[in-house]
Write a protein that binds this ligand. Structure first.
Ligand code: ATR
Length: 280
């Protein structure tokens, strides 16, 4: 019986069912996790259905923000980020939280063996992915978060809020075409995080000048998209430690599983389930 679900629009590409069912099966709990396409206008009806029939939900685009006014309780960090990707449902009560920042933190640890605490971050992008993760990184002890975004006002809104919450944190904003400023930032950066939606399609350009990823750079490059993007290709070509978003998805899913079940997430099995699952 389906008790857990990922919803989105579109959702057909999601590998969460393969990944989560691998975890449930590991603990001999069957395959209770499904996927459903929910259009934006259907979200309130879906939440009413979930309240009565489900134990947990993962939300993906475009629902992470829209769900907030529809549920009973939102964790402070998720409210701060304005982004909820996990619902925990118990006796009709729905609590929302976000595991995306945890997913990024643990992907960085596993990929680069470098901790977030004390780390200097440079984000490209100020949309959903940056919102969902930047506040978590600041809470986890990041030393600097600089954000470059085409619409610089959006970067400014995140930076202002971060500065308010974390007075010791270095924050700054720029447009992605301010190359000299970005060069300066990157000389003082541990992690460059690509958090725009560019790279989802083959024909997408790079969001910043690829030459900014120069041979001999001291930062690691992480792309929140889990396919090869122009910047990921560039980083690999010039020998910068680099990774795509796969481990972020696996670790955010592992955290959701642990919140729902109270059991330890079998990360290796989830990784295999994620890779082997062929969504239809
Ligand atoms: P939204 O911010 O509307 O919720 P998103 O998918 O969460 O959308 O975020 C998309 C991110 O990719 C944003 O940082 C966006 O930049 P803007 O804030 O200026 O829109 C960025 N992005 C998308 N398409 C882009 C493009 N063609 N060039 C540069 N940045 C782009």
């Amino acid at each position: 019986m389906i008790k857990y679900m990922v919803i989105g629009d579109p959702v057909a590409h999601s590998r969460s069912p393969g990944m989560q069912n691998a975890a449930f099966e590991f603990h001999h709990l069957g395959s209770p996790y499904g996927a459903r396409r929910v259009r934006p206008e259907e979200l309130p009806d879906f939440i009413a259905f979930a309240r009565k029939n489900l134990a947990g939900v993962n939300l993906t685009v475009p629902h992470k923000q829209a769900v907030i006014p529809l549920i009973d309780e939102v964790d402070p960090a998720a409210r701060q980020a304005g982004s909820v990707n996990t619902l925990l449902i118990e006796a009709g009560h729905i609590r929302g939280t976000s595991t995306d920042g945890y997913g990024l933190e643990h992907a960085l640890l596993e990929n680069f063996h470098r901790p977030v605490r004390g780390g200097r971050f440079c984000f490209i992008g100020a949309g959903g992915a940056a919102h969902a993760t930047a506040f978590h990184l600041a809470d986890a002890g990041a030393a600097a978060i600089r954000i470059a975004n085409r619409t610089v006002e959006k970067a400014g809104r995140i930076a202002d809020r971060l500065a308010e919450l974390h007075p010791g944190l270095t924050v700054a904003v720029a447009r992605p075409d301010e190359t000299a400023k970005l060069e300066e930032w990157l000389a003082d950066t541990d992690f460059l995080i690509q958090a725009t939606s560019l790279g989802l399609r083959d024909e997408d350009p790079a969001p910043i000048e690829p030459e900014l990823l120069a041979p001999g750079s001291n930062f690691c490059f992480f792309d929140t998209i889990y396919r090869e993007t122009p910047l990921l290709r560039r980083a690999c070509a010039v020998g910068i430690p680099a990774a795509g978003g796969e481990l972020m998805l696996i670790h955010q899913g592992a955290k959701s599983f642990e919140l729902w079940t109270g059991l330890e997430a079998p990360v290796e099995q989830m990784r295999r389930g994620f890779r082997e699952y062929r969504p239809c």
